[in-house]
Design a protein around this ligand. Structure first.
Ligand SMILES: NC(=O)c1ccc[n+]([C@@H]2O[C@H](COP(=O)([O-])OP(=O)(O)OC[C@H]3O[C@@H](n4cnc5c(N)ncnc54)[C@H](O)[C@@H]3O)[C@@H](O)[C@H]2O)c1
Length: 400
């Protein structure tokens, strides 16, 4: 076993980074003493300072150093690893700086702002022989792990045939196009790459790939129906340039086909569920992610979540349990950061590397590409960056 501790920096100390910080601290509180917080970096130095003082409480008041510039941090510090939680348009350039400085990196999803940016990151890991992990917590929860076991190991629904994912909701005041919240990077295509499909949506795609394997073809209609405008830094209203609605048909190489509807522009009665269907029956889970799977077979027989999850956990060998839920951790973000730290210490592949992250992202990009050109697109063409019309202005803007 390696004895050296990972010397870690967090880059981008915003909303999701807080969940990462808490997860690292949770590991320390569990006695998993495999890293030190060495530096915190954010262009907003106050955020980095706040992270540093919280982190210090978990390591005998040893304060991580605070930076507002990544290059300066990399010059001055001796680090092994960085956790990047910045806006999407910076993922690739921040990660490549870290690889060039010899660090292993975990990057929040989606891997990159475009497919080309993602390939540049993967190329850089190869050149510098570093680890690139995609932060993906959803599949690590007990619910989605149970669904994967039900479909692929126990074959409870028989031959997989279809999936449906619906996430339908809307604003309470759709007539008011001038919104009060600030125009943040998420609402600008150039800085985010897209909205609900590539942002939160990439989690669903990771699950679909986990359950069904390689995607094949995608057809989608994508729109910005609400036409909301938000005040920019100068208090001028500017239009969001990302979608609020997408309806996609996705097929997989194993023959599975399914539909994904994602809209925040459908006021009235909302709807949210995931369902997976096979030749013998279905798995249904209400709400956002498939955390509460219920089984129903063709003859009407049912099994509930508690029974299924217990059976799944009991089925795991001690080795599988240690691989999937090491140290009995069941919280997704704690599992993802532990996986990254352990991979960095042992120079092994994390469960989700850059290629895995980019493949999940490529389905989201394929939805945008299909919406942009009005035709179905092959997953492989988008993943290989042969179809990139929607993404071109982003690539041009950041010279990717
Ligand atoms: N896994 C999840 O469930 C989940 C949830 C939310 C967000 N995310 C992901 O986390 C990432 C960050 O999203 P967020 O919601 O935390 O955004 P955020 O805007 O709250 O945080 C981004 C932070 O990056 C900082 N930053 C900007 N430029 C920087 C630079 N050059 N150097 C250092 N720091 C810089 C900002 O000041 C800000 O503090 C995104 O990739 C997002 O998709 C994941």
């Amino acid at each position: 076993m390696p004895t050296d501790k990972i010397r870690l920096a967090i880059i981008g100390c915003g909303g999701m980074a807080r969940a990462h910080l808490n997860a690292y601290i949770y590991l320390k509180n569990q006695g998993i003493d495999i890293f030190d917080f060495v530096a915190m970096c954010d262009v907003d130095e106050n955020r980095a300072r706040d992270f540093a003082s919280t982190a210090a409480q978990s390591q005998n008041d040893i304060q991580p150093n605070v930076y507002s510039d990544v290059s300066e941090m990399l010059d001055k510090e001796s680090l092994n690893a960085a956790d990047i939680c910045g806006p999407h348009f910076l993922h690739h350039s921040l990660a490549i700086l870290c690889f060039e400085a010899g660090l292993d990196v975990i990057v929040e999803k989606p891997l990159a702002v475009t497919i080309r940016a993602g390939h540049k990151m993967i190329q850089s890991t190869k050149e510098h022989n570093r680890i690139l992990a995609t932060a993906e917590q959803v599949r690590r929860w007990v619910g989605p792990r149970t669904v994967e076991w039900m479909i692929n190991k126990e074959k409870m629904v028989g031959q997989p045939r279809m999936f449906f994912r619906q996430g339908i909701g809307g604003s309470t005041d759709p007539e008011n196009r001038l919104r009060d919240e600030p125009m943040v990077w998420r609402r600008n295509k150039l800085t985010s790459g897209g909205n609900g499909i590539i942002d939160g949506g990439v989690h669903y795609v990771d699950l679909l790939i986990y359950f069904f394997g390689e995607p094949d073809e995608i057809y989608a209609r994508v729109d910005n129906l609400s036409q909301f405008q938000f005040p920019d830094a100068e208090k001028n209203y500017v239009a969001q340039t990302v979608e609020d609605t997408a309806l996609a048909t996705i097929t997989f190489e194993n023959g599975v086909m399914g539909q994904w509807v994602s809209t925040s522009a459908a006021p009235g009665r909302g709807m949210g569920y995931n369902s997976y269907h096979g030749s013998l029956g279905s798995i249904y889970s209400g709400g956002g992610y498939p955390q509460e799977p219920e089984l129903q077979l063709w003859d009407g027989s049912k099994r509930q979540k508690e029974d299924l999850q217990r059976a799944y956990l009991e089925s795991l060998s001690p080795e599988e349990k240690e691989r999937l839920f090491p140290h009995d951790i069941t919280e997704g973000v704690a599992l993802e950061v532990y996986d990254f730290l352990d991979a960095a210490r042992n120079h092994r592949r994390p469960e989700l590397d850059g290629v895995d992250g980019l493949k999940a992202q490529a389905v989201c990009n394929a939805i945008y590409e299909s919406g942009w050109c009005g035709e179905s697109v092959k997953f492989e063409d988008v993943y290989q960056d042969r179809v990139s019309g929607y993404q071109e202005e982003i690539n041009e803007k950041w010279q990717i």
